[in-house]
Design a protein around this ligand. Structure first.
Ligand code: PMP
Length: 364
């Protein structure tokens, strides 16, 4: 077996070994054509087939209704922070819920355009006062009337806070699903637009997926760069310029793998199990702590601190020695973080939990 260690990276993150092995197998000679996917023209019939396959699979995996377009773009989720107001603000007012670092960056970028006169941006509520360990109750939200859209982040990758049901608001909901897409079933019809960087649950970095309801197209500001214009990219089938061809192909291989696992509902149950095991371990110990309100605890990113943070360095050194990779938490939160995306098997979480219990025995 290849040398593959448990990798808890927040992103770019673990990709299933079988997917990498298949990519390796197909690398030099894809389907007997005598060249790799990386070396094909993005306009070729073969490559178009690769992209159509990936889109068809994503539509089936997420049960995306026909009145939604699917785009495979570049610039990461971060460039969507700009694309959203440039396409959809258009003189109106947009509502933003801030529940952590990423939704915080999204509103900041939208404010840049509001400050230039493109419209208004309204902060609905922020979890800042409790260090983003909880979401302010809806009764305290300051929602606008007739907002152009309501933006939030389904899963805050840094703070480990996940909102499992879309909020009930009367305007199109735009959701940053970068770190939770495909981790459990979602009802796409409840959203106006969903977007997600690929480098967690979909494949290598370099790709961002946008799923947008058709009626939201065609409202872009005159300032909107052509490459960020959703209607234009729909017309060009995500190929206004050269797309991230290899990442797109690899996304398709990850979709094959996800189908083999039984789809999103099946992987969602495993994800629940993985997260439950980790949170139980943390909660049953006075040595480890996770401060997030229980109903918002992320099933993808589990931050935890040690009672004595002078042991952080030792924990990281010893976990790495034990072959457990990338457990260092984000500097904004401190401590550790285990990201347990789809491609992280239950066994790796079991190994991590055993290590944590041993570490506590030794130093606790
Ligand atoms: N949103 C969320 C929830 C993320 O986790 C990330 C990346 N960690 C981003 C946005 C930014 O993604 P990118 O680096 O692809 O721009």
């Amino acid at each position: 077996a290849p040398h593959r260690l448990p990798n808890f990276s927040a992103g770019p993150a673990t990709i299933p070994t079988s997917v990498l092995a298949r990519a390796q197998d197909e690398l030099l000679d894809w389907e007997g054509r005598g060249l790799s996917v990386m070396e094909m023209s993005h306009r070729s019939k073969d490559y178009i087939a690769v992209t159509k396959k990936a889109e068809t699979q994503l539509r089936a995996l997420m049960d995306i209704p026909d009145n939604y377009k699917v785009l495979f773009l570049q610039g990461g989720a971060s460039l969507q922070f700009s694309a959203i107001p440039l396409n959809l603000l258009n003189g109106g007012r947009a509502d933003y819920l801030t529940t952590g670092a990423w939704s915080g960056k999204a509103i900041k970028e939208a404010e840049r355009y509001a400050n230039l006169g493109l419209g208004e941006v309204n902060l609905v509520a922020t979890g800042k006062d409790n260090n983003f360990t909880d979401v302010p109750p809806k009764s305290e939200w300051n929602l606008s009337e007739n907002a152009a859209y309501f933006h939030y982040c389904t899963n805050e990758t840094i703070h480990g806070l996940q909102i499992f049901e879309p909020p009930q608001v009367d305007v199109p909901i735009i959701a940053d699903m970068s770190s939770s897409i495909l981790s459990q079933p979602v009802d796409v019809s409840k959203f106006g637009m969903i977007y997600a960087g690929a480098q967690k649950n979909i494949g290598p970095a370099g790709l961002v997926i946008v799923i947008i309801r058709e009626d939201l197209l065609g409202q872009a500001s005159a300032w909107c760069p052509l490459l960020l214009n959703y209607e234009h990219q729909v017309e060009k089938e995500s190929m206004s310029n050269t797309p991230a061809t290899y990442s797109w192909y690899l996304a398709g291989l990850v979709f094959d793998w996800l189908e083999e696992q039984g789809g999103v509902a099946v992987i969602g149950k495993i994800n629940q199990q993985k997260a439950a095991l980790l949170y139980e371990t943390i909660d049953n110990s006075a040595f480890y702590d996770n401060p997030v309100a229980h109903n918002y605890r992320s099933i993808m990113n589990v931050p935890f601190t040690l009672a004595d943070n002078s042991l952080d360095k030792v924990f990281l050194e010893e976990s790495e020695k034990a072959g457990l990779l990338n457990l260092k938490g984000h500097r904004d939160v401190g401590g550790m973080r285990a990201s347990i995306y789809n491609a992280v098997p239950l066994e790796w979480v079991q190994q991590l939990v055993s290590f944590m219990q041993e570490f506590e025995k030794k130093y606790g």
